[in-house]
Design a protein around this ligand. Structure first.
Ligand code: TXD
Length: 324
């Protein structure tokens, strides 16, 4: 190890389903580090790891992917991305998943506490805002070391719908979505721009119909459900995986990147109890470096309050069911 400037990163992926497998593939293609793919299903992580290693041979990427059913191999991981649990099925609400996935979060939290308590953890499992809360509870991680992934995905969905509507390059669109990962998420129209002009300004200038904007926002809110209904089995996985990788890279490479992430709040943004909620968050080598408090319009705050209430209800359910 004398000549090695820095050790390779170790990335643990908990859950080797659709998102977990895609995450492993992205980590491999981006050569992010050594990968451990964990799942409770015997053979699944091992089979995917083998397949991925064989694809690495074609891309001439020297990396290691270990597929396992044993948590001990996540020891010393720098990053843990959690997708373990059940995906939403057609007709099922995110809240229906609470019971099944809460049990999984307790197991995962215990494993993180035992094997990699210094890792930065990104939770993806739904219902997101409640699961990341529970995962912090069971792992005992400090606030800067754990976030939930939703806002990056919701913002990229909004960006795509806007670029498609305006027929412009995605590069000319930026968008920001706050709030809980649910039907009550809050796309910010003053902070989202097409060709440098805010959506509010587009409406004032007549280059975007108010009705069209409302429809684009509604499609963003229902973005996950639209894909669930099309797929019939399972839920979106390419964009969710890409979103989690964007967050992992921000931490691994100390990018000081501003993203919308489910971060721990105590009293800001109008929350009345500690909770995780999608807010502008700067990610760096410190993990959650800072949470930015944006001034919101009255309407945005009212919408955010609906999100806050939805997350509060989920946490209350966790309490009622004895998970916390
Ligand atoms: O924006 C977001 N946060 C999301 C979240 C966007 C899309 C999907 N979102 C949620 O991610 C979705 O509702 C699920 O809760 C997770 C994972 O979605 P994925 O599509 O990857 O689900 P799969 O393919 O069913 O994979 C889940 C895997 C599967 O292989 C199970 O065997 C495994 O999780 N699983 C477990 N792994 C480890 N430990 C336990 N206990 C366990 N239980 C199931």
């Amino acid at each position: 190890m004398r000549f090695l400037a820095q050790k390779k990163h170790k990335i643990a992926l908990i859950g080797a389903g659709n998102i977990g497998g895609t995450l492993a593939h992205l980590c491999l293609l981006k050569d992010l580090g050594d990968i451990v793919l964990f799942d409770v299903k015997e053979g699944l992580p091992q089979g995917k790891a083998l397949d991925l290693m064989q694809s690495a041979a074609l891309d001439n990427i020297d990396c290691s992917i270990l597929g396992t059913n044993d948590y001990k191999y996540i020891e010393g991981a720098n990053i843990v991305i959690v997708t373990a649990g059940s995906p939403r099925k057609p007709g099922m609400t995110r809240d229906d998943l609470l019971n099944i996935n809460a049990t999984v979060m307790n197991e995962v939290g215990e494993a993180i506490k035992t094997y990699c308590p210094t890792a930065f953890v990104i939770c993806v499992t739904n219902p997101l805002d409640a699961m990341v809360y529970l995962l912090q509870h069971s792992s005992g991680l400090p606030d800067n070391q754990i976030i939930g992934m939703a806002g990056v995905l919701d913002s990229s969905r909004f960006r795509f719908f806007l670029a498609d509507h305006f027929k412009v390059s995605l590069k000319n669109v930026d968008a920001f979505v706050l709030g809980g990962h649910g039907d009550s998420m809050v796309p910010l129209t003053q902070l989202s721009h097409v060709n440098g002009v805010s959506l509010e300004e587009h409406v004032l200038q007549g280059t975007l119909e108010a009705n069209d904007l409302a429809a684009l926002i509604q499609r963003t809110r229902m973005g996950g459900g639209e894909i669930v209904n099309l797929l019939k089995v399972g839920s979106a996985f390419y964009a969710p995986a890409a979103s989690a990788i964007c967050m992992a890279e921000a931490v691994l490479f100390d990018q000081h990147l501003l993203v919308s992430a489910a971060s721990k709040l105590y009293a800001s943004y109008g929350v009345k109890r500690p909770m995780f909620l999608g807010v502008p968050t700067v990610l760096s080598g410190l993990g959650v470096e800072k949470i930015i408090e944006l001034p919101l319009t009255k309407e945005e705050q009212e919408n955010l309050n609906i999100s806050i209430k939805a997350v509060e209800d989920q946490i209350n359910d966790l309490e009622r069911l004895g998970f916390i």
